[in-house]
Design a protein around this ligand. Sequence first.
Ligand code: KIV
Ligand code: ZN
Length: 530
Amino acid sequence: MDNRVRFFDTTLRDGEQAPGYSMNIEEKIRMAHQLEALGVDIIEAGFAIASPGDFESVKSIAAAVEKPVVASLCRALVKDIDAAYEAVKGAKHPRIHTFLATSDLHLEYKLKMTREQALQRAIDAVKYARNKCDNVEFSLEDASRTDKDYMCQVVEAVITAGATTVNLPDTVGYATPKDIYDMVTNVMNRVPNIDQAVVSMHCHNDLGMAVANTLAGIAAGARQAECCICGIGERAGNAALEEIVMNLRTRHDQYGMDYNIVTEEIAKTAQLLSQITGVKIFPSKSIVGKNAFAHESGIHQHGVMANVKTYEIMTPESVGVKKQALVLGKHSGQHAFSQRLVELGYTLEKALEDKLFAEFKVLADRKKTIEDRDLVALVEAAQGREITERDWKLKNYVITSGNEMYSTACVTLVRGGEEVTESAFGTGPVFASIRAVEKIVRHPFSLMDFQIQAVTERRDALGEVSVKVQDESGTYRGRGVSTDIIEGSILSTLDAVNKMLDGKARLGTGAASLAQHSFEDDMLSGHTDR
Ligand code: KIV
Ligand code: ZN
């Protein structure tokens, strides 16, 4: 057995299933490119049969990346396996990942099958998949609650049928590290053909043990780790990729494992996920939280200054957290600006760089120093979709607001040669300005989510606004950054509404059934928008 752990990233499948993390195809492709740069061995791109959108995403990712294996999940059913293969067959390295539950609980209540029937179904599915593709993974769903003898029987049979990877998930996050260690040891010792397949771990985090359990599996002989960036996933999530790999790196003395992950790409990958989904990273999140390398207390600061190893077990650079090299301001030229972008990992087309430099200059007039986080916010807000002539753009707005009055907003938008002004009122200035936008574009929508976050700490910080809007066609996400939160709110709403109006960038979730509503009559009448 070799000593290399294969990283199987399921951010775009198990991760994307979690509420709040759905992504559209373009966003998934951006994420897949970054996962490739991170060095993951396998990208699970989706569940091809789940919806036409999922199928298209898997197919597009299969075509977009070169190095990683691209897998699609499928149940142990002919039509699922067919769809999975159709979606991944264009990949340089395709994989079919088929699964069936094996615990008595799932067999009796969910599948209504006997152990013998499930065994046969698993064998048939793997054989069928193997006839299409020579890279086949079989997962014994709920493995950690499966009878140990039966597990050995299924594992041996699916390997004989052609499975090249066998996954033993802790589907419900119930196991302890000892349970997992014993489970994998049992399979390694008792399955005679186990050397013909890679054993994989897929641990959920319901009791907060997903990473510990994955590492226990590796210690017992597993050589594939299924995980998600920042540990997103069903319910409490999956094992976090960055935590597993930094354990392997930092405690190499203990695990002695190699891997292909470029750990210096970790921070960028986590930030990209957060920027795409609008879900902020918890400040104390290990490895990628903004406090993960901050030393606040005097004793700690003193120790770190004397010798960084006193309180730091890994360097920020090892996970790609870069030191602020130079602070930009209003006198900085385009050369310094573009050099800093390159250092931050962005190689942009000239036209986009010019546009961002103009925005940077406006920002530098309002804000004394521009930090890396400001630059990243500007770049990320501009990524993902090209502005067209058909888009509505903000020209200006005026707000009247106070603590004992309704707020009013008068907003002017332009589109091509057209200029339209509308006013609206609401219980607050954000509500009023979004309502004015809705009146101008004459397309009713609901505001499903609104988040605002300061990019940096000081009073002149940029505010980053992330919104989700919905109409009958689906849900659309928008982002906007400004030192003025009303401007940020309008910009993020326009970003989402322009996507909605050209109907291309809908999030992966199916269109929700939306009760028709009209902006004229729900004004101030218990509408939940802010
Ligand atoms: O949690 C689980 O068991 C899964 C399988 C489908 C691999 O996600
Ligand atoms: Zn799972």
